[in-house]
Design a binder for this molecule. Structure first.
Ligand code: DAT
Ligand code: MG
Length: 138
């Protein structure tokens, strides 16, 4: 059993894809263990993406992530981290495999609908960034 942090980014929410994306997670057998809608400030988006500080796209990425509400979720299941990444597809939708969320819906490498943790350590940091223990239902 593993947990991962997923975000339906502001473009996904604006495009009306909350139900579509969560439906894909559930159909794949990932369970929603926590969920909420939030509108991050620029500072909160910068803290979330601190690992990318200094990269050329950091300013634009954190502007985008604070441009509107997101849905943040904890997904739970066997190999949840890698299975979520498979459902998402590659960061750039041009490289994403057919049938993935990003291939189907993403506009470009920045506005790519979903976030997913990439390793156990980042999942733990990212889950703790948004949720406390009382908000997580196993
Ligand atoms: P992922 O979201 O697939 O884990 P990442 O961690 O490398 O990808 O980057 C985080 C986000 O930053 C990504 O979802 C979109 C943005 N990003 C990454 N590379 C970018 C680039 N070359 N130009 C613009 N935005 C980029
Ligand atoms: Mg990443």
């Amino acid at each position: 059993m593993e947990r991962t942090l997923s975000i339906i980014k502001p473009d996904g929410v604006k495009k009306g894809l909350i139900g579509e994306v969560i439906g894909r997670f559930e159909k794949a057998g990932l369970k929603v263990a926590a969920m909420k809608m939030i509108h991050m400030s620029k500072k909160e988006a910068e803290g979330f993406y601190a690992v990318h500080r200094g990269k050329p796209f950091y300013g634009s990425l954190t502007d985008f992530m604070s441009s509107g509400p997101c849905v943040v979720l904890i997904l739970e299941g066997e190999k949840a981290i890698s299975r979520n990444r498979e459902l998402m597809g590659a960061t750039n939708p041009k490289d994403a495999a057919p049938g993935t969320i990003r291939k189907a819906f993403a506009a470009n490498v920045e506005q790519n609908i979903v976030h997913g943790s990439d390793a156990p350590e980042t999942a733990a940091y990212e889950i703790g960034y948004f949720f406390n223990a009382l908000e997580i239902c196993s």
